[in-house]
Write a protein that binds this ligand. Structure first.
Ligand SMILES: Nc1ncnc2c1ncn2[C@@H]1O[C@H](COP(=O)(O)OP(=O)(O)OP(=O)(O)O)[C@@H](O)[C@H]1O
Ligand SMILES: [Mg+2]
Length: 436
């Protein structure tokens, strides 16, 4: 019988098989020793049996999924031992794979994307892990967008950002008067995600009490609003993400093992950017173009030494950091960006800081004079940030020929806030009227 065949069970789910057997045994002995059962007891046993049945179905789904993936890989390996570079990428795109970013030929990233693509049409829970800025949220959207629920709700919850006392109400809703401040009945995120997908971000931050409640909902597919006895059926596909090592949290007693297995039926790991450096040129081009489009300017060219730096840099903030860097360069540089326009904390030490208000004139020759030494690190940071702000404002005003309203519209900013910033830097829009 499949359930008992440990060889078939993928590593990790054997824990769940053992747990299921234990629960079946409890059910069996309850029935064996019961002389008489009242209706409520029968209902309770039925609910328990249903939960076990659901879990068995999920495990069997997972087995089929993992076996299909393995079979796919084996047959690919036999037919085409070494795919040509670009082949896997092209194949994904040819299958109308929806992805709002860019990807190259990095095998680890392609592994993750192919798993997400295959998992998407199923309703299996997906757990995505990876360092901050590696694209976990983007991947959650990939799972949603490539599945049958794509046209239904996608609800995102940041489990780390909700105060512990409000988690239950945020996830499951509440009834009017359930607690001080509950002035009206309120739907929770699970109900809003009915028929769609719920993205549980930073799941490792969910306190233990919240974990117990979540587990119960995942088992029963029902929620109860806080302060209400009524149960409401919810059908939400679960995608969770974390930048923590959940196995370590389990060892430390901070994360429930049973919840981990529930959530990680499909597990996708995103490699940090420093382990997929071959993707960096693609991302530089992608975000160089995007930043130019957003800032309504021509794409910035990178000096050879800046390009070399950007290709080799370790990006502790991963793709988010690369993206921010490209926006910074597009804002601060003229036609050619150089090391001097990098943020001070990552700039190679021999390179001087850009001189105030002359950023645009500078180029690869690094010919500007060094500014006076700052009194402290905080002072240096403040000065660098002021310089960048001023340079950006100057460039923006120049591009719009000194029309503040137009600049506010382009930057999607409040006009009076923009006026305050101009005043702070002593900039006068009329000085830019002829400069266009
Ligand atoms: N392959 C990619 N192509 C283009 N942009 C990407 C790619 N992957 C991620 N990004 C971008 O990188 C940024 C960070 O991605 P995302 O927010 O998904 O990361 P995260 O892992 O959820 O980060 P955090 O842990 O800090 O929440 C976003 O702007 C996202 O659009
Ligand atoms: Mg995120």
């Amino acid at each position: 019988m499949k359930l008992f065949n440990q060889d078939l069970a993928p590593r990790g789910s054997s824990m769940s098989y053992a747990g299921l057997l234990e629960r079946l045994e409890i059910l069996r002995s309850t029935l064996r020793w019961a002389n008489q059962l009242d209706r409520p007891d029968i209902e309770k046993l039925l609910r328990q049996a249903n939960a076990v049945r659901d879990e068995v179905m999920q495990l069997s789904h997972k087995e089929r999924f993992v076996q299909a993936l393995d079979a796919d890989r084996r047959s690919e390996a036999v037919d085409k031992p070494l795919p040509h570079p670009g082949e896997r990428r092209q194949a994904l795109l040819a299958r109308s794979f929806v992805f709002e970013g860019t990807f190259g030929d990095n095998p680890r990233l392609l592994d993750a994307l192919e798993i997400a693509e295959k998992a998407a049409p199923t309703d299996l829970p997906v757990l995505i892990d990876g360092e901050s800025g590696t694209g976990k949220e983007l991947m959650a959207k990939v799972v949603h967008a490539n599945g049958a629920r794509a046209d239904k709700a996608y609800i995102s919850v940041n489990c780390g950002a909700i105060p512990e006392s409000l988690i239950e109400s945020e996830l499951f809703g509440h009834k009017r008067g359930a607690f001080t401040g509950a002035a009206t009945d309120r739907k929770g995120k699970f109900e809003s995600a009915h028929k769609g997908t719920i993205f549980l971000d930073e799941i490792g931050e969910l306190p233990l009490q919240g974990q117990v409640k979540l587990l119960r909902v995942l088992q029963s597919h029902e929620i109860q609003r806080v302060g209400s006895d009524e149960t409401i059926a919810v059908d939400a596909r679960i995608v969770a993400a974390t930048n923590k090592n959940l196995r370590k949290l389990i060892e430390e007693g901070q994360f429930r093992e049973d919840l981990f297995y529930r959530l990680s039926v499909i597990h996708v790991s995103l490699p940090p950017l420093r382990e997929r450096k071959d993707e960096i040129p693609l991302l530089l081009a992608w975000y160089g173009d995007e930043a130019a489009e957003v800032l309504k300017r021509r794409p910035v060219a990178l000096s050879p030494r800046l390009r070399e730096f950007l290709l080799e840099y370790a990006y502790p903030g991963n793709i988010r950091e690369l993206r921010n860097l490209m926006y910074r360069l597009a804002c601060l540089a003229g036609d050619l960006a150089d090391l001097a326009q990098l943020p001070e904390d990552i700039r190679p030490r021999a390179v001087p800081a850009p001189a105030p208000a002359s950023l645009e004139a500078k180029d690869a020759d690094g010919a500007s004079s060094s500014p006076p030494a700052p009194a402290s690190l905080a002072e240096a940071k403040r000065a660098a940030s002021d310089e960048a702000e001023r340079a950006c404002l100057e460039r923006g005003l120049k591009d719009v020929g000194g029309t503040v309203a137009e600049l506010a519209r382009r930057w999607d900013m409040n006009r009076s806030h923009l006026q305050i910033l101009l005043k702070k830097h002593g900039l006068h829009s009329k000085d830019f009227r002829q400069a266009r």
